[in-house]
Design a protein. Structure first.
Length: 276
């Protein structure tokens, strides 16, 4: 079967927008479409070329590597329809920061995202959602399907229905677990991680090129990280940060205000895309 006869949908993440939930709770339940799980992403081109399904859906979580990955995939399948889920900017960057702190990031919020000087780990362009839409339009011939994390949280049934309609597939609503895939860690637990990080490097990093050695090497670090998070549930608030929020509210208010127009443009694009 020739590639142009196959209809391909590519969910491109991004992080902290319910991606894992969709990958494990929703996409496998869709009928009439062949789902390529995230763990088989690197073999997705081979799978599509060697199998003969009418429709394909693949999913992978991207953030700062979005462009290089869609460029890689579109080089063989330019007629793919991309799917992207956005989360309001302030909520998104706050969730990303908490995730990085949980994984050993030791810096304050300003070191992670610096709206004034743009010297943080995440850059201002990384939250320019409309530019991401334009990237998808540039690399693929089909306009992206744009969805929103807030809609998923507020009404998951309606969100899944809308997505299924876009893909023109069916599913059994009773087969989908609507519970959250991951449980968030409390501010107190994350504060203990930051305190521990001052003395021990708990961040995720590749220790060995060999995958087996890397796996074995990271086990002690992973065990220590989760031990700290677990123990922190039963400890009092750290004295050094007592009464101090992990993320200053005024910083998130600035982020929300700065990206107001971008958020509006994304919603307008999504609405127009549905009516075309």
């Amino acid at each position: 079967m020739k590639e142009e006869q196959k209809e391909i949908f590519f969910h491109v993440g991004t992080g902290k927008t319910g991606t894992t939930y969709l990958q494990y709770r929703v996409f496998p339940k869709f009928k009439g479409i062949f789902y390529i799980q995230r763990t088989r992403y690197r073999r997705s081109k081979e799978i599509i070329n060697k199998t003969h399904h009418k429709k394909y859906l693949l999913s992978r979580e991207f953030d700062q590597q979005l462009e290089q990955e869609i460029k890689w995939f579109s080089s063989d399948f330019p007629d793919t329809t991309p799917i992207i889920v956005f989360r309001r900017h302030d909520s998104y960057i706050a969730s990303q920061y908490r995730r990085f702190v949980k994984n050993g990031f030791r810096g304050e919020f300003k070191a992670f995202f610096d709206l004034e000087n743009d010297e943080g780990y995440f850059k201002k362009k990384d939250l320019d959602y409309f530019s991401q839409i334009k990237l998808l339009e540039h690399y693929f011939t089909q306009k992206p399907i744009v969805l929103f994390y807030e809609d998923m949280r507020e009404n998951p049934e309606a969100f899944i229905d809308s997505l299924a309609n876009c893909l023109q597939i069916t599913y059994n609503p009773d087969s989908i677990n609507l519970g959250r895939k991951h449980t968030s860690y409390s501010e107190k637990q994350l504060k203990y991680m930051m305190q521990a990080g001052k003395y021990i490097n708990l961040s995720k990093h590749r220790m060995f090129k060999n995958p087996v050695l890397h796996f074995l090497g990271k086990l002690p670090r992973e065990g220590l990280r989760y031990s700290i998070l677990y123990a922190a549930r039963y400890l009092p608030e750290p004295k050094a940060t007592k009464g101090i929020p992990l993320i200053p509210k005024e910083e998130l208010d600035k982020v929300k205000k700065y990206y107001t127009e971008d958020w509006k443009k994304c919603h307008e694009y999504a609405q127009k895309r549905l009516t075309e």
